[in-house]
Design a protein around this ligand. Structure first.
Ligand code: FE2
Ligand code: FE2
Length: 326
């Protein structure tokens, strides 16, 4: 255990300099990046009420499932305290206030913070949402935390974030195009800018892992295998509504996302394929025996998962979320 921690520490220290080099490519400088107010009606202007009226009219065109997915996405984004504290607990990194990895985590958190902020304000103004019910779900999710199987291992954490940032990129991007289809151009723009952030984040975490593969291939491979065996669970898997038990709302949320093709089992396989490809898993040879076994498991996994995904039925409609009026 001691050796394990020490070698992780060494690797993370080594990777830190690559992260610091590219930090301002992966995370945009604060004075240059978009802010929620750039996209929202300005309450100091005379046109405020007309703009809200327009916003509400466009929001009327959104389908029930799309509103449900958008609320689930917003709650997921707003549970950011859970993710920040989880990243701050990771082993093998210097926890000092000004250390590289802590700086990364704070800057990443600052970027992420705008996502829930923007979507929450949009939903509040939209007139479609029971805000209190949604806020209760957000509070529950933050208080309940999550259990995603990474422990405090930095490798597993960054494999998880690589996967997860890609997944959020896909889902925000799809919500953007569905919003456009339903005539809500403003919402489409909002989800578009968020999706672009997620794409940068994904690029960052994938880069960190590829650097880890360069120096500690077998251990990284074992971590990747372990995460894939456990399956990558979404950070909102404990989602619930008032009166329900932990996690009872989550399946209804993912059903709506699956129905709309915002995020599907096929997307899961596609993300896995991308990671295998970008990390050059198949051609990796400098591995110990366990690492080789792990590699072979991972390489075969997409086909297996695809067969399962193709057999899955499109989930049926009808669940009524407490979050949505009418
Ligand atoms: Fe986000
Ligand atoms: Fe992100």
């Amino acid at each position: 255990m001691k050796f394990f921690e020490e070698s992780r520490r060494e690797v993370m220290k080594h990777i830190e300099k690559y992260m610091l080099e590219k930090m301002h490519e992966f995370l945009k400088p604060i004075d240059q990046i978009w802010q929620p107010s750039d996209l929202l009606p300005d309450s100091t202007r005379d046109t405020f009420f007309t703009e809200i009226k327009e916003l509400q009219e466009s929001a009327q065109g959104l389908s029930y499932d799309l509103v449900a997915v958008l609320i689930g996405d917003t709650i997921t984004e707003e549970a950011l305290p859970t993710y920040e504290s989880w990243l701050a607990m990771v082993d093998g990194v210097d926890k000092g206030e000004h250390s590289g990895w802590m700086t990364w985590t704070r800057h990443w958190t600052a970027e992420e913070n705008r996502h829930g902020d923007l979507l929450n304000k949009y939903l509040y103004l939209s007139g479609r949402v029971n805000m209190r019910a949604m806020e209760v779900s957000t509070q529950y999710l933050i208080a309940d935390g999550f259990d995603i199987g990474t422990g405090t291992d930095p490798y597993r954490n960054f494999i998880y974030t690589s996967f997860q940032e890609m997944a959020t990129n896909i889902s925000h991007r799809r919500v953007a195009s569905l919003a456009k289809r339903d005539g809500d151009v403003l919402l489409s723009k909002m989800c578009g800018v968020i999706a672009a952030d997620e794409a940068r984040h994904a690029k960052a975490y994938k880069h960190f892992i590829s650097k880890i593969f360069e120096v500690d291939a077998s251990e990284a491979m074992l971590a990747f295998e372990d995460m894939m065996r456990k399956k990558i669970v979404m950070p909102a898997h404990f989602l619930r509504e008032v009166g329900l038990k932990i996690g009872q709302t989550f399946g209804h949320f993912t059903d709506a996302a699956e129905r709309l093709k915002v995020y599907t089992a096929i997307d899961y396989v596609d993300i896995l394929k991308t990671l295998i490809d970008e990390w050059q898993i198949e051609s990796m040879t400098e591995l110990n025996e366990a690492g080789e076994k792990a590699r072979d498991y991972i390489v075969k996994l997409p086909d297996r998962l695809l067969r399962v995904a193709e057999r899955m039925k499109n989930p049926m409609l009808e669940y009524k979320f407490s979050w949505i009026h009418g």
